[in-house]
Design a protein around this ligand. Structure first.
Ligand code: SF4
Ligand code: SF4
Length: 314
């Protein structure tokens, strides 16, 4: 997956000239050519999830990631440590403990498909696109492997194929774009989920459904839809009976899209690159100046020698 090392070097060299302050491409969700409304999303009602991990299995199966027979996913020992997504694992389910009743709470984690994604904004070769359907997708053919997307993502999602020696790329959940772009297509995890924890649909409708569930079960749910406003909104939305900070969902992200706040950060990355490069540039200037001086001195001493020779003969 991704580009060859040779292409990477060629593109890196070509882009080095363009990588100056202000050259970071800003692609905003609302500006993508096929943007229509808010796109689709998935509502995760964590109160329904039983931790069966069939969603993990279906995700690996559809994306041709390393997989095991579905029976192997009944192994609960994986819940003993917190897991994050990896280059070939686009979704994981983690177990938390409800502090009120000590019951387990299972929480699926994957790319949130932000409405205004930091990964899209951080990528200066436009390898990421927020599609009109809501999915944030990645084009390995243009990726140069800078990994700014990994730094920019507030949910630590994009993963790099460090183990791929020839053509490493960035990987993450695609919201099964190849399935949902067809009308009626569902993400593989949603299709397999036996408890209806996962519900796919237009984002606006999912938000309405989530608020209705809260209204109808005020004692059951935290009165908040996670993802409705975080970092400008996300396509994946969560309902919970437990405060979100107890189930690994960051509460410190604010409601402003990261690209609005992150521009300063990416600007600093570029400035630091340039500052870091200055000693090299200075050393190169110095070496050129010394070489020129040496050539000039050699020329002067040759001229002197010729003049002396001329004087002796005359
Ligand atoms: S969660 Fe991270 S990788 Fe996914 S769309 Fe948002 S910024 Fe991009
Ligand atoms: S398939 Fe559904 S019930 Fe099973 S772990 Fe995934 S989200 Fe939970």
């Amino acid at each position: 997956m991704g580009i060859s090392r040779r292409n990477f070097l060629i593109r890196s060299a070509a882009l080095a000239g363009a990588a100056v302050v202000g050259s970071i491409t800003k692609v905003r969700a609302g500006q993508t050519p096929d943007s229509r409304g808010e796109g689709y999303g998935v509502l995760i009602d964590t109160t329904f999830c039983n931790g069966c991990r069939k969603c993990e299995w279906a995700c690996n199966e559809w994306n041709k990631n390393p997989n095991q027979p579905i029976k192997a996913y009944e192994n609960k020992s994986v819940f003993e440590t917190y897991r994050r997504t990896h280059a070939h694992t686009f979704t994981v389910v983690n177990r938390f403990i409800n502090p009120l009743n000590a019951e387990p709470v299972y929480v699926k984690k994957q790319c949130m498909h932000c409405q205004d994604p930091a990964c899209v904004s951080a990528c200066f070769v436009e390898a990421f696109t927020k599609t009109g359907r809501g999915a944030v997708i990645y084009n390995p053919d243009v990726c140069v492997g800078c990994r700014y997307c990994m730094i920019a993502c507030p949910f630590d999602i994009p993963a790099y194929e460090y183990h791929e020696p020839v053509s490493p790329g960035v990987t993450k959940c695609t919201l099964c774009y190849d399935r949902i772009r067809r009308d009626g297509g569902l993400p593989a995890c949603v299709e397999v989920c036996p408890t209806e924890t996962l519900r796919f649909g237009p984002r606006k409708e999912l938000i309405a459904v989530a608020h209705e569930r809260i209204r109808n079960n005020l004692k059951k749910y935290v009165d908040y839809v996670y993802g409705e406003h975080e970092v400008g909104g996300t396509s994946w939305l969560y309902l919970s009976a437990v405060p979100f900070e107890e189930i690994g969902l960051r509460q410190d992200l604010g409601t402003r899209p990261i690209p609005d706040t992150g521009k300063g950060f990416m600007f600093m990355v570029k400035v630091l690159e340039i500052v870091a490069a200055w000693p090299l540039v200075f050393a190169a200037f110095h070496a050129i100046a010394r070489l020129r001086k040496k050539n000039a001195d050699t020329r002067v001493s040759a001229d002197d020698k010729n003049a002396e020779e001329h004087d002796r003969k005359s």
